[in-house]
Structure formats: structure tokens, C-alpha cells
Design a binder for this molecule. Structure first.
Ligand code: BMA
Length: 333
């Protein structure tokens, strides 16, 4: 298949930056044509290991424009996906009116203390998108905690354990007046339901930066010996629309409110045709990554152009080596 991007000379092809992530050659790995039922698009999947297999919880958008979540499971995380015949987690607007216009962009965290997975997702309410949470042991039945952050707020994920006695949630509220920018925040809770002690964690830069004005968390924080590894997106507004690209940050292990490092450059961005063209052009949007302790490999699962699911691999050693060379950010607010 030819497409309009193949003939274009893209400068980074000639003078390559170091590629931290390698795209799976079979990308996209999943799209609506693989789905067992009619769907417009499948994208922005959460990812976790479950019973020794890779489990994705994909956002599936129907032709009303509403999303629900459906699981796909594979032994190697690349091929032979077994996809649920019907939605795994559907909006329940009778009991949860904030899910009126669908549920989107889940992030999964295994919480050892509870022996449950926390699924944090965007509920699209009449008052705007907000953050909701549900707990599950088996990805079959879910215990909803309801909305945990009011609108407009999204791109949230839970830390896997309490730190200094409190649960921590990363999220991205949008201020009513955009002036100061949409930053990544972190909040504390005793019970996962009521959140407070809110503070900015990673601020959107200003001006010409790739991550000016709007940033948001992508994958859940990954605990490493060097700190909590954060993958986030920056949204660059251009005359042709927005470009969603990814950057890295490292948080202090004991005090994750402290940002130790932050990449100045983006580490992954739309480049291949399936990332450049779709329902929303020029978007790479991971909601999950799985880390293999034996090999050190990380598989990052991302939505491409809000249309399909792709995968790229990297390894923890390279990411840590890279982020440790990045500058220390200026003191947080
Ligand atoms: C963000 C989220 C994502 C989406 C992205 C690009 O605001 O809503 O679901 O992938 O925009 O459209």
C-alpha cells in the first residue's frame, strides 16, 4: 500500500536522533478490522501482565462516537490476540451518570496491598471528562469507586503502593482559564476515593517547546532502582493541528513529588503513516507498558492517530541511561 508519506523526505531519516523505542515491524498490531464486533476505532490501550500473558484493555469507539473498554490477551504481546466477543467494561450511565458519553483511555496498576488491579479511566460526563476508578481481580467483574476527580481532568494513573502512608494519583486537570497551561498534578488519599493535597508535578513549558501549554501522563509510573519512571505527552499546537509526542521524567523513589530529571527533547513522536493519518492525525498515545524483569525489555502499547493500536519496544537500561543524562528541572511550584 502506498500512502502520501512514503514519498516525503523526513529530515530525521537522514540525520537520525538516537531511537530509544523500536517500532514493532508488524504495526499496527490491532485495529477495528481485527475486532469481533463492529467498531469505528480501537486505540489508547492500557496494558498489564495477567496470568503470564499480556492483557490490553483497549478503548473502542463505536459509530455514535462513544467509547467502552474491551480486553485482548496474547502470549507474546504481539500476535494471536484473543479479543472479548463483547465489551469488557461498558459505560453504566444508569448508576454512574458521569459515564453518559462513554469511558476512555484506561491505565492499569497492580496494587499488591489490595491484591487487585486499579483501572483508572476517563469518564465522559455532561460536565466534561473526569477521572473514574474501578478495581478488579480478574478483568471480568469490576468494583467501581465512581468519579475521583471532577471535570475537566484526565490522563490519570495510580502508584502501585502507598508512599508515606498515602495513595498517590497522577492526573491532569485543565484550568478554566488556559493561561497558565494544563499541567500534570499529583494528589494524595487515605482510601483511593477522596483526594487532596494536590500539587503540580510536571508543568507544561511555554513558548516554542514541544511540550508547551499542555502535558499529560501516559503510562502508569514504573518503579525502578533509580526512581519512578514517567512517560508523558506534550501537545504542540501548529497551524495544521496538534502533534502528540512523548517525553520522559524521573521522580524520587521516596518522595515522588520531587522531579529528578526531565527530558528536554521528545523521545517518541508520530512518524509512520499509521501514526500520522487517522481519525486524529499525528498522535501517538500510550496508556500502558509492560516490563519483563528477566530481559529488561519494555513493551509500550499506544494508540496511533486515534485509530489503531501499535507497539514499540525499548529496555529499561537504555531509558534510565538516557534520563539520567537529562537536566534537573527547575524547582516545582
Ligand atoms: C487527548 C485524549 C486522547 C486522544 C488525544 C488525541 O485529549 O482524549 O484520548 O488520543 O487527545 O486526540
Amino acid at each position: 500500500m502506498t500512502n502520501r508519506f512514503e514519498t516525503k523526505l523526513i529530515s530525521s531519516d537522514r540525520h537520525s536522533y538516537r531511537e530509544l523505542f523500536k517500532r514493532n515491524p508488524g504495526n499496527p498490531i490491532l485495529s477495528s478490522k481485527d475486532w469481533p464486533y463492529a467498531a469505528n476505532t480501537v486505540f489508547n490501550p492500557a496494558a498489564t501482565m495477567y496470568n503470564g500473558k499480556v492483557l490490553l484493555l483497549a478503548r473502542v469507539e463505536d459509530r455514535r462516537g462513544f467509547s467502552h473498554l474491551t480486553k485482548a490477551v496474547s502470549d507474546d504481546g504481539i500476535n494471536n490476540w484473543v479479543i472479548d466477543e463483547k465489551p469488557t467494561l461498558e459505560p453504566d450511565s444508569e448508576r454512574y451518570p458521569e459515564e453518559e458519553w462513554g469511558i476512555e483511555d484506561p491505565r492499569i496498576t497492580w496494587v499488591e496491598e489490595l491484591r487487585k488491579y486499579a483501572v483508572v479511566y476517563t469518564a465522559y460526563s455532561k460536565g466534561g471528562p473526569l477521572v473514574s476508578m474501578a478495581l478488579t481481580k480478574d478483568f471480568e467483574s469490576y468494583e467501581r469507586l465512581g468519579p475521583v476527580m471532577p471535570p475537566e481532568d484526565k490522563d490519570a494513573a495510580l502508584f502501585p503502593k502507598r508512599i508515606n502512608g498515602k495513595w498517590l494519583l497522577i492526573h491532569r486537570p485543565i484550568p478554566a482559564h488556559h493561561g497558565p497551561g494544563a499541567h500534570i498534578w499529583v494528589s494524595r488519599s487515605d482510601d483511593l476515593k477522596y483526594w487532596g493535597e494536590h500539587q503540580i508535578l510536571i508543568d507544561a513549558r511555554q513558548g516554542g517547546w514541544w511540550d508547551a501549554n499542555k502535558v499529560g501522563l501516559n503510562t502508569p509510573p514504573l518503579e525502578t532502582p533509580e526512581g519512578w519512571l514517567i512517560l508523558y505527552h506534550g501537545v504542540r499546537q501548529t497551524a495544521a493541528g496538534a502533534i502528540y509526542r512523548l517525553g520522559l521524567a524521573l521522580l524520587d523513589l521516596e518522595n515522588p513529588f520531587r522531579v529528578l530529571r526531565r527530558s528536554d527533547e521528545w523521545v517518541f513522536g508520530p512518524h509512520e503513516f499509521y501514526e500520522r493519518e487517522g481519525d486524529v492525525d499525528d498522535v501517538v498515545f500510550p496508556c500502558g507498558w509492560v516490563y519483563d524483569e528477566k530481559t529488561g525489555e519494555i513493551k509500550m502499547y499506544y494508540g496511533a492517530a486515534d485509530t489503531c493500536i501499535a507497539m514499540a519496544t525499548t529496555n529499561l537500561k537504555d531509558l534510565l541511561e538516557y534520563i539520567k543524562k537529562c537536566p534537573e528541572p527547575k524547582a516545582n511550584m
